[in-house]
Design a protein around this ligand. Structure first.
Ligand SMILES: *[C@@H]1O[C@H](CO)[C@@H](O)[C@H](O)[C@H]1NC(C)=O
Ligand SMILES: *[C@@H]1O[C@H](CO)[C@@H](O)[C@H](O)[C@H]1NC(C)=O
Ligand SMILES: *[C@@H]1O[C@H](CO)[C@@H](O)[C@H](O)[C@H]1NC(C)=O
Ligand SMILES: *[C@@H]1O[C@H](CO)[C@@H](O)[C@H](O)[C@H]1NC(C)=O
Ligand SMILES: *[C@@H]1O[C@H](CO)[C@@H](O)[C@H](O)[C@H]1NC(C)=O
Ligand SMILES: *[C@@H]1O[C@H](CO)[C@@H](O)[C@H](O)[C@H]1NC(C)=O
Ligand SMILES: *[C@@H]1O[C@H](CO)[C@@H](O)[C@H](O)[C@H]1NC(C)=O
Ligand SMILES: *[C@@H]1O[C@H](CO)[C@@H](O)[C@H](O)[C@H]1NC(C)=O
Ligand SMILES: *[C@@H]1O[C@H](CO)[C@@H](O)[C@H](O)[C@H]1NC(C)=O
Length: 387
């Protein structure tokens, strides 16, 4: 038995004794409700993109970037392997897209958010049954071209999060680099390598612009306004986005040529995780501004950061942060109501006010599913190790 696993058993056992139910995910009934609510609530570009990734990870894990078998997706998937609800979102977006729009959704103030749907569009292309149908491939390549050739950049080369001016948001790291990396991975060859490198470079440039000495990232820099706070969701977007790029590179045939980049991404993700969990509340939650105890509890960022922590434990075979992840999972299970809504979440539009009772965060619903699937992958991994 590997030493890291021995350590894990001790940690889980002592935590399980401390709080019954801790270290266990949601049951299937609750998970289904959370999933149905997500599909009902997701509407904005980034909510749809995040929903498709959460659905792939939860319900079609053989197509998720965390599974080497997803590169490339198997052609002509028949039900139930076909990711029906993911394809429905991709098809709706591509069908409704005006032909003259390069981005997947036209007139989104964000240059970045529509790209989050790009992975689902690429899955739709690779799994399509009508091989004469090029609308998904064309839509995906238009979205890529828009990011690389049209959107304004900072002097260092960071692609702007906004269309109207150069402004860098931590959120970008989840919206754009994972799409560029996935595109490059499926593309292969020299052009694919160039895109994999571009995905990495955008993570690096965003970190250079937003990271503080504490290891936490500020939310927004440059442009007509800034948000210097260490917004928990911004840190979670950044860590989760870099994780998707890392996993995509790692599962690509060209992965061995990106070992240094993978090492840096690993370090940069760990840096956010370590700095964030340092501020974890006793009940397992994180504050909306990670290092500001006068802000309010935000269960949505707590869920996304916990999901990254579980995934990184598997990727690195390193459970040094598993205790905070288990504690966060325990808090999440106590913050999903009987109808399957996550509560005590931040307002994704204002960033700095809590949603009132009865209001729901679509992205928070997706984060719960990302956490549930990351916890399941971790549990399977531990079980496998133990047998
Ligand atoms: C699932 O979990 C919820 C919330 O803890 C609980 O109310 C419900 O009874 C559980 N359902 C099943 C089938 O175990
Ligand atoms: C969904 O988004 C579209 C455009 O992005 C918007 O016009 C519409 O009002 C939104 N619907 C809801 C229910 O928010
Ligand atoms: C990865 O995908 C294969 C099938 O392609 C499946 O058998 C396996 O269970 C998947 N692994 C995970 C962790 O989902
Ligand atoms: C679309 O799928 C086909 C395989 O059916 C593949 O050859 C092509 O490269 C894909 N396009 C993109 C942009 O990934
Ligand atoms: C396949 O796609 C092509 C191009 O969009 C279209 O002309 C054709 O009607 C489609 N075939 C079927 C069977 O849907
Ligand atoms: C994937 O990541 C693991 C862990 O860092 C590393 O040992 C392995 O070499 C990587 N594989 C590829 C193909 O990049
Ligand atoms: C990794 O980061 C270090 C320190 O910032 C840098 O010197 C190195 O060039 C990076 N490696 C790659 C492959 O980009
Ligand atoms: C294990 O992970 C922690 C935090 O994620 C990191 O600081 C540490 O360097 C890792 N240890 C090894 C041996 O990789
Ligand atoms: C958490 O949510 C519950 C239910 O909506 C609400 O009653 C409570 O005031 C919230 N707590 C905080 C700290 O916002």
């Amino acid at each position: 038995m590997a030493p890291w696993f021995t350590g894990l058993t001790a940690v889980s056992a002592s935590l399980a004794n401390l709080v019954p139910g801790l270290g266990r995910g949601l049951n299937q009934t609750t998970t289904s409700k959370v999933r149905a609510n997500l599909l009902q609530a997701a509407n904005a570009s980034w909510e749809l993109g995040t929903a498709t990734e959460a659905l792939l990870e939860l319900s079609y894990p053989s197509l998720s970037v965390f599974n080497a078998s997803a590169f490339p997706p198997h052609a002509r998937l028949a039900a139930p392997a076909a990711p029906t609800d993911v394809l429905r979102i991709a098809t709706t977006v591509v069908t409704e897209k005006p032909t003259d729009s390069l981005p997947l959704l036209p007139n989104d103030g964000s240059a970045a958010d529509p790209a989050s749907i790009g992975v689902a569009v690429l899955v739709a292309n690779w799994t399509r049954t009508n091989l004469s149908d090029h609308q998904y491939a064309d839509a995906a390549s238009g979205q890529l071209q828009y990011l690389l050739d049209v959107v304004p950049r900072s002097p260092e080369g960071a692609i702007s999060h906004r269309n109207s001016e150069v402004q860098l948001w931590a959120d970008f790291v989840y919206m754009v680099p994972p799409f560029i990396a996935y595109y490059g991975s499926l593309q292969g060859g020299q052009a694919g390598m160039t895109n994999l490198q571009a995905a990495y470079d955008q993570c690096r440039l965003y970190r250079d612009a937003l990271r503080d000495d504490s290891g936490l990232w500020r939310h927004i820099t440059l442009g007509s306004f800034t948000d210097d706070s260490h917004w928990a969701t911004g840190n979670a977007w950044a860590a989760a986005g870099m994780l998707r790029v890392l996993s995509t590179m790692n599962h690509t045939s060209a992965g061995k040529q990106f070992i240094g980049q993978q090492a840096n991404l690993t370090e940069w993700i760990n840096e956010i995780l370590v700095a964030s969990w340092e501020h974890q509340n006793d009940d397992g939650s994180l504050m909306n501004v990670v290092d500001d105890s006068t802000s309010f509890v935000d269960m949505s960022a707590t869920a996304l950061l916990a999901s990254v922590t579980y995934r990184m434990a598997v990727f690195q075979k390193n459970t040094s942060l598993i205790e905070p992840a288990i504690r966060a999972l325990g808090a999440i299970t106590q913050h999903v109501d009987a109808d399957g809504w996550l509560f005590n979440t931040t307002d994704p539009i204002t960033f700095h006010t809590p949603l009132a009772p009865g209001q729901h965060s679509p992205e928070g619903q997706a984060f719960v599913l990302l956490l549930q699937s990351a916890w399941q992958a971790f549990s399977q991994f531990v079980t496998k190790k133990n047998t």
